[in-house]
Design a binder for this molecule. Structure first.
Ligand SMILES: Cc1cc2nc3c(=O)[nH]c(=O)nc-3n(C[C@H](O)[C@H](O)[C@H](O)COP(=O)(O)OP(=O)(O)OC[C@H]3O[C@@H](n4cnc5c(N)ncnc54)[C@H](O)[C@@H]3O)c2cc1C
Ligand code: SF4
Length: 509
């Protein structure tokens, strides 16, 4: 079977979902290809045992590391992609993140666009994902109008912590969060199974709920689930993608469209281009720079928990506080250290995954008295950190963390802060290089085709009708959560496609 559309979008996560929503209002016939299915609304959505022990919703795929050892990536394949499981912390990059910044291990490169270019699209993305926050409190905040929705209030316990943080001379601010109608009928109930869980109430701002389902109400938008794009096929000259080869229901079909947008996530988008090599593109599609798959980044992240044996933590929804005082420079260094965020409550089952042979009850006692935090730092792009594909098509991800010095300083500083808050013990845990949740940077955008894969509108330099709109365009990882920036750039690219490519498609229809 062959089918023809005006635009094919491959992937339905932060990039692809937002793109689909933005193009749904046009006349273009849009096909969304998604390798996974809808995440069912079911009791297991909020069951830590199912989510953390049985890994019910994780991608059933094994990747190889740099040494050829198999491992399970922390990623999800389904409608909405990883947004379905995200913590919905929806940050703008800081103005400085768009500029070249000196770090301990080298320079975080400048983006080819500045904050002011993306600012109007951040505004739109925040409205689309219904972001709640409070402007004017975060010392690193770029210029902006008020948030579209007021911040999620801190629980009494977190309010007390915020006051104590201020007394330490810090500048805590509300985390910007995408939650739908908290406190209203049918809205978010501010529960303790949000980050890493799918929302059973469909009250989380994510790409399935905010973008894909509304887009599917339009007659011009079609979604194929369980449809994995295996290769992109070009015309004989190699200048245009002519068809997408799709594995669907056990068969291989071809779909054609004059415009193709790849949004498979940073690792899978690079893998798709590499798997699409041909005589005209022997090292992979759009790879004249040799950079496809390179400069993979993922953030340096350490989970931290302050513990006090005689203080039960009564907070249910804990993820409301950010500390950005060390984002641009540390207290004892001129280098940036990163960000500190309060986290969702750790469940005993989650903690037990660190040492599964210890019974659950001590973990339950422990986490009932803990307050959870995340320390997150920027990692830097290097050509050695890269995605490649094996001869059988399997993904190999080679990643060696860098910029570890500043991250360790951030963890130390966070420990100090937590001890000053009165916690007796501070525990730390990191998934290290297996944490692929914030993957980005494998197809970076830029103005020079020798030093980037995509142009500033995420069109590949080499292939005229091929765009990549997901986390892979990031030239640097910054130290804030990537989702809102992916969505904002998707909206920007959608406007560009509407103004240029779609205009050319329309007369031929
Ligand atoms: C537990 C967790 C918590 C997170 N918390 C936050 C947070 O609070 N804030 C934040 O900003 N970010 C957060 N993130 C990161 C965020 O989810 C990602 O940065 C974002 O979803 C990436 O968007 P994307 O479009 O690049 O890829 P994805 O959202 O991963 O979407 C890619 C899509 O492509 C599909 N796909 C892949 N290959 C193919 C193929 N060959 N054919 C067809 N379809 C394909 C996948 O199934 C998927 O649906 C979190 C991630 C996780 C896992
Ligand atoms: S109800 Fe609210 S806090 Fe709970 S999972 Fe849904 S969006 Fe997250």
């Amino acid at each position: 079977m062959n089918a023809h559309f005006d635009i094919i979008i491959i992937g339905s996560g932060a990039g692809g979902g937002t793109m689909a929503q933005a193009l749904s209002s046009t006349d273009a016939r849009v096909l969304i290809l998604e390798r996974g299915d809808f995440v069912p609304q079911e009791a297991q959505n909020w069951d830590p045992e199912e989510v953390w022990k049985k890994l019910r919703y994780r991608a059933r795929e094994r990747w190889l590391d740099g040494r050829g050892k198999e491992w399970t990536p922390y990623t999800h394949y389904g409608v909405g992609g990883n947004t379905k499981f995200w913590g919905s912390v929806l940050y703008r990059l800081r103005r400085q993140d768009f500029e070249a910044v000196e770090h301990a291990d080298g320079v975080s490169p400048a983006w080819p666009i500045g904050y002011d270019t993306l600012a109007p699209f951040y505004d739109r993305a925040e409205r689309l994902y219904q972001v709640r926050g409070q402007a004017g409190l975060d010392p690193t905040e770029p210029p902006r109008d008020p948030y579209p929705f007021p911040p999620v209030p801190h629980s009494p316990g977190m309010s007390e912590i915020v006051e104590k943080l201020r007394a330490q001379g810090l500048h805590p601010s509300p985390l910007p969060l995408g939650l739908l109608r908290p406190g209203e009928a049918g809205g978010c109930i501010l529960c303790n199974t949000c980050n890493s869980f799918a929302c059973k109430l469909h009250a989380k701002s994510e790409a399935d709920i905010c973008c894909i389902r509304p887009a599917l109400e339009r007659p011009n938008v079609t979604l194929w689930t369980n449809a994995r794009a295996s290769r992109l096929l070009t015309d004989p000259a190699g200048r245009k993608v002519e068809a997408v080869e799709v594995e669907r229901n056990g068969t291989t079909v071809r779909v054609t469209a004059p415009i193709v947008v790849v949004s498979c996530g940073a690792v899978n988008s690079a893998a798709l281009l590499l798997r699409s090599k041909s005589d005209k593109h022997p090292s992979g599609l759009a790879n004249s720079s040799g950079l496809v798959g390179r400069r993979y980044m993922a953030h340096l992240a350490t989970m931290m928990q302050g513990f006090h044996p005689f203080r039960r933590n009564a907070t249910v929804f804990q993820k409301t506080v950010a500390i950005n005082d060390f984002y641009l420079r540390g207290p004892h260094t001129s280098y940036p250290l990163g960000q500190i965020q309060s986290q969702g409550r750790t469940h005993g089952v989650m903690a037990q995954t660190a040492y599964p042979w210890i019974p659950l009850w001590p973990y339950e006692q422990w986490v009932a008295r803990g307050v959870d935090w995340l320390a997150m730092s920027e990692d830097l792009p290097t050509p050695e950190n890269r995605v490649t594909v094996e001869s059988d098509g399997r993904i190999r991800l080679q990643y060696r963390a860098n910029n570890l010095g500043p991250h360790r300083m951030l963890v130390r500083e966070t420990k100090r802060i937590l001890r000053r808050l009165g916690f007796w013990v501070v525990m730390t845990h990191s998934h290290g290089s297996t944490n692929t949740t914030h993957q980005c940077g494998t197809l970076c955008f830029g103005t020079d085709p020798r030093d980037s894969v995509l142009d500033t509108y995420c069109r590949t330099h080499d292939i005229d009708n091929l765009f990549v709109v997901d986390a892979s365009f990031f030239p640097s990882s910054s130290a804030v959560n990537p989702g809102l920036t992916i969505a904002a750039q998707a909206l920007r690219v959608a406007d560009h496609i509407k103004a240029t490519d779609l205009r050319q498609v329309e007369p031929s229809r």
